[in-house]
Design a protein around this ligand. Structure first.
Ligand SMILES: [Zn+2]
Length: 410
């Protein structure tokens, strides 16, 4: 669809697990890979240099949040998301559909799109498939996502079918708008009004208005219903030739076995020669289960969100620092972990930071949780390349689930 700027090279498979390389205009990502989430164009509390140092190659940001603040036109005028956030590597923006459904103060979903009120000033906004593409083309991430209609993971087949079919119709409209802007070659800056209260956007040199090279990913929907997932996949493939395909609507309340069964199905159906992006899944065990079923890219706010609450990932399950048992604990959070929390501090000090409400605490645990997921994906990739993934993943999951430093919290 977008020429040679986006290519996926499959290096090795081990059963359904895949090791590959995904090329984008801002560099190559070795897969499987976890993408840290910077909702507001910042990984909460961390600099892009810190996130890069732990081995992150691709970052995720959110179109809904940036559309509301500072405004996609502002980001465009400041040189686009890469320049704005000081990240030269690959980036992906989610359309923000999930946030509209979960965060907006008021919303109404119609065939044309979603109407919602800003949580900041109550102003009314229209989020149509076309607008979502315009916003993401202004932001300029390498990968942008379609607008889709979201439902609870455990939804019955009738509402799941209606949402899946509407998501397909919205994908067609996203695709048409994406291609129109690609043909025009201009970012749609002048079509997007500056948010109220911001200074007017200065005129841009024609070079700055060029639409960046981007790839649009469709999202397979359909809840936990196999026939709907298959229909969604068929519909997506009939609309275009995509540079990658996402699987959405999982880890949203459905039972784990149903999530894994849906992943089995998607892993078998999705094109082998394209990256598969499993949206919103980022607990260590779910990452392994996803890789095992042929998924390549992952994102989740869990590592930073849990870090804010003093919950750390370890190879033996999650650990809650505020528990009294760590008050005099001189051991590092995780022996052998290369992050600053584990190389410089012990559990007793980290626990104190949370007890004292010291901002260093969440920062250190976010650094640790992300470092651990980066290392986990590197280890998974090495195991796939070595042909030992099946055994490695079984051992890893058994240790994570059975040893139970603390009972996992979700
Ligand atoms: Zn660590």
């Amino acid at each position: 669809m977008s020429g040679s700027a986006f290519a996926f090279r499959l290096e090795a498979s081990d059963a359904s697990a895949r090791a590959g390389e995904f090329s984008t205009p801002h560099g190559t990502v070795e897969t499987p890979a976890f993408m840290p989430v910077g909702t507001h164009a910042a990984i909460r509390g961390l600099t892009t240099a810190e996130v890069g140092a732990m081995g992150a190659r691709m970052l995720l940001s959110n179109a809904y949040h940036l559309y509301l603040r500072p405004g996609d036109a502002v980001v465009r005028a400041l040189g686009g998301l890469h320049a704005f956030a000081r990240w030269d590597g690959p980036m992906l923006t989610d359309s923000g559909g999930f946030q509209v459904f979960s965060l907006a103060r008021y919303r109404e979903v119609r065939e044309d799109g979603i109407t919602f009120r800003s949580k900041f000033d109550g102003s009314l906004h229209e989020y149509t498939p076309e607008r979502v593409i315009q916003v993401q083309r202004n932001l300029g991430a390498d990968i942008i996502m379609q607008l889709d209609e979201l439902i609870d993971g455990g939804s019955d087949i009738a509402p799941a079918r209606a949402a899946m079919e509407r998501s397909l119709r919205w994908l067609e409209r996203c695709h048409i708008e994406f291609n129109r802007i690609t043909r025009d070659g201009r970012a749609p800056l002048d079509e997007v009004a500056a948010p109220t209260g911001t200074p007017s956007i200065p005129p841009m040199a024609s070079d700055d208005c060029r639409a960046p090279q981007q790839a649009l990913f469709p999202i397979v929907q359909g809840g936990v219903h196999a026939e709907l997932r298959l229909a969604s996949h068929r519909g997506i493939m009939s609309i275009g030739d995509w540079d990658g395909v996402a699987v959405g609507g999982l880890s949203t309340g459905e039972p784990k076995p149903e999530m894994y069964a849906t992943l089995d199905l998607c892993g078998a159906e999705l094109p082998q020669k394209r990256p598969r992006y499993l949206m919103g899944v980022g607990f260590p065990d779910d990452l392994i289960e996803g890789v095992r079923r042929g998924m390549d890219l992952f994102d989740c706010v869990a590592p930073t969100r849990m870090g804010r609450h003093g919950t750390a990932f370890t190879p033996h399950g999650t650990l809650q620092l505020l528990k009294g048992t760590h008050r005099l604990d001189r051991t590092p959070l995780v022996e052998g972990c290369a992050c600053p929390a584990c190389t410089h501090y012990d559990r007793a000090y980290l626990r104190h930071l949370f007890a004292a409400d010291e901002p260093l605490g969440p920062r250190l645990i976010a650094l640790h949780n992300l470092t651990m997921l980066m290392a986990l994906m590197r280890d998974a990739r090495a195991a796939i390349l070595a042909g030992t993934f099946a055994r490695w993943s079984v051992d890893w999951l058994r240790r994570y689930r059975d040893a139970g430093v603390d009972s996992p919290i979700r």
